[in-house]
Design a protein around this ligand. Structure first.
Ligand SMILES: CC(C)(COP(=O)(O)OP(=O)(O)OC[C@H]1O[C@@H](n2cnc3c(N)ncnc32)[C@H](O)[C@@H]1OP(=O)(O)O)[C@@H](O)C(=O)NCCC(=O)NCCS
Length: 197
């Protein structure tokens, strides 16, 4: 069963996320953060136990992220991951958001679930909000994937104003393995004025 999370699920969600955070597959999240954002979470429940979770984060009027997606190893392969992402996507669509993205090391799995790869640099809000301060920003091995929630939405996201992309790419170069040096974080986030609803 997939259902919205309750505060009493927070410790199980925390434990699940940290099983994978230890393997560098998910970002660790403090338990207090999970309680605070519990309304963003869905859980998969089997036999009364939480065996999966996923959270929605809305970044902008046209952009949301699915994150903290995890299914316990003993429950993998039963469709919980797909159904958790579907629940998050349905909620994003209900709020009128047109694209759901993820940063991931398993783009193949997301590809099977309605996502397509996209240049990370066009995810301005994520890049400014999280990536710019991430210690891995110069050696990030995650791939950006997006699931359009409306026809043509991913194409509109993928073809933004090139001036904006140039600014953001400076902060998190796409596929930056091997890059040395530290870019100066001097660019102001003026992009926010360029795509108001
Ligand atoms: C990714 C994850 C959520 C999938 O959960 P799940 O409940 O097993 O997913 P589903 O049951 O919906 O899908 C399983 C299918 O995907 C396939 N699959 C698994 N990993 C895959 C990959 N990297 N690429 C392509 N397909 C993959 C499985 O073989 C299975 O195929 P089948 O249905 O033909 O047997 C789970 O494996 C997990 O928690 N992984 C570790 C955390 C993680 O990486 N989270 C994503 C962070 S962005």
């Amino acid at each position: 069963m997939i259902r919205r999370a309750r505060p009493s699920d927070a410790p199980a969600i925390h434990a699940l996320v940290h099983r994978y955070a230890g393997r560098d597959l998910l970002l660790p999240r403090p338990l207090t953060d999970i309680y605070e954002r519990i309304r963003d979470f869905w859980v998969a429940v089997d036999g009364g136990q939480v065996v999966g979770c996923a959270a929605l984060r809305i970044w902008w009027h046209d952009l949301a992220e699915v994150r903290s997606l995890a299914v316990a190893p003993e429950a993998e392969g039963h469709g919980y991951g797909a159904r958790l992402v579907d629940a998050v996507a349905a909620e994003a669509a209900r709020f009128g958001v047109s694209n759901l993205f993820a940063l991931t090391r398993i783009p193949g799995w997301f590809g099977r679930n309605g996502f397509q790869e996209i240049d990370r640099a066009v995810l301005y809000h994520k890049v400014w909000g999280d990536c710019a301060s991430c210690p891995k920003r110069l050696a990030c091995d995650e791939v950006a994937v997006v699931r359009p929630l409306r026809p043509g939405a991913a194409e509109r996201l993928a073809n933004p104003d090139p001036r904006v992309v140039a600014r953001v790419a400076h902060i998190v170069p796409p596929r930056a393995e091997g890059t040395t040096g530290s870019p100066a974080l001097t660019v102001l986030p003026t992009f926010v004025h360029l795509d108001e609803p």
